[in-house]
Write a protein that binds this ligand. Sequence first.
Ligand code: ARG
Length: 459
Amino acid sequence: MSKLWGGRFTKQTNHLVEEYTASIGFDKALAEEDIQGSLAHVTMLGKCGIVPEEDAETIRQGLKKVLDKIRSGEIVYSVSDEDIHMNIEKNLLDEIGPVGGKLHTGRSRNDQVATDMHLYLRKRVVALTAMVQEVQSALITQAKDNLDTIVPGYTHLQRAQPILFAHHLMAYVSMFGRDAERLMDSYKRINILPLGAGALAGTTFPIDRHFVAEQLGFDGVYENSLDAVSDRDFIVEFLANASLIMTHLSRLSEELVLWSSTEFGFVELDDAFCTGSSIMPQKKNPDVPELVRGKTGRVYGNLMGLLTVLKSLPLAYNKDMQEDKEGMFDTVATLEGALQLFAPMIATMKVNKGRMREAVNKDFSNATDIADFLVGKGLPFRQAHEVIGKTVLYCIQNNKYLLDLTLDEFRGFSELFDERIYDVLQPEAVVNARNVYGGTATVQVAAAIERSEVKLQTA
Ligand code: ARG
């Protein structure tokens, strides 16, 4: 089969080499972007008088026909045409004849493939940002329904201080807020046009790169032709941003798995988002958060994979760089899959307020507050800490919680106790005492919810 680059060769390519070097199996995902880029390129060639206007028009019509064939699934891709760029060019030649050969004037696959990926990623980054915001919205709605739900807050996975469940959910809203911001910030580095760099050094034709950039909606063009064809930072950056999103999703996943266990019983995921066991009839498994937790590994792997491909690569294009694609596609699909399930799964999650309350009543997470009470009475914090440590130990040994102690028992540990301690120790009082900006007091959490809603609406 004849190659678009066959002139210099005297032998057919070994078929194993063809298989090994071909990328069509995966880069066909760039078909729409490849045609979009080619349409802009050929329009520029016509405008600059590099190819006659009527040829440019014939090529545009031909490209549109190829696009139709791609969309209808009629297109036949061939491994011997290696990649999406040459497969499309071959199809174009079949469609319109030798004039199609003028399309590649002043262009290389090196600046072409980079352009395709910029086009591909900028579209996905916008869509993924919206999906992250959907998850934020679902979390905010749950937070609003749980402004009165008190739950133990943990450190070391040991009960630490009671907090509003809404406050806990809003922590994730903050994390996903940074994620959305990072994605949108990366947009300005993605939205730069490499085309016009040629193979590496620029081109001898009087092309107009800014015209192409404008047609394709890019904010600018690469400054340096070598950098234009060698840069994959924008993909690394995307994979890093995706890794952080997966980190946040997997931390939340882990909590959902814990919370929906019988031991916690804090939440119940909707039946529609769980699966059963083939042997144990009673089981309802949180497969979605488990898989999201698991798939986080492949996204980190994709990031490390590309960083490793790029490490020590000399300028400019090297075939190694073809390895930039599968990890990127896989990451986009993995993120989309997780985000699109998370929003409705959070929205339909049942919160067991009673169970959370029971957990708060049966723990010592109000201990800090009695220490603070004694500090309010003038006792140095370290001494107060010691006194309450002993009080808690006494409770544990006598199978009691702090609110079960009589005033006499309290006063056995410090003369400074009075009956107001019973108010101070109520979970609501403990929560509302943390009335600092960003704290768990109801007014603070309500204000945080409002700020997040405003931010989301204006995003
Ligand atoms: N399929 C190639 C890739 O994705 C396109 C660029 C090929 N350039 C070349 N000089 N062989 O990297």
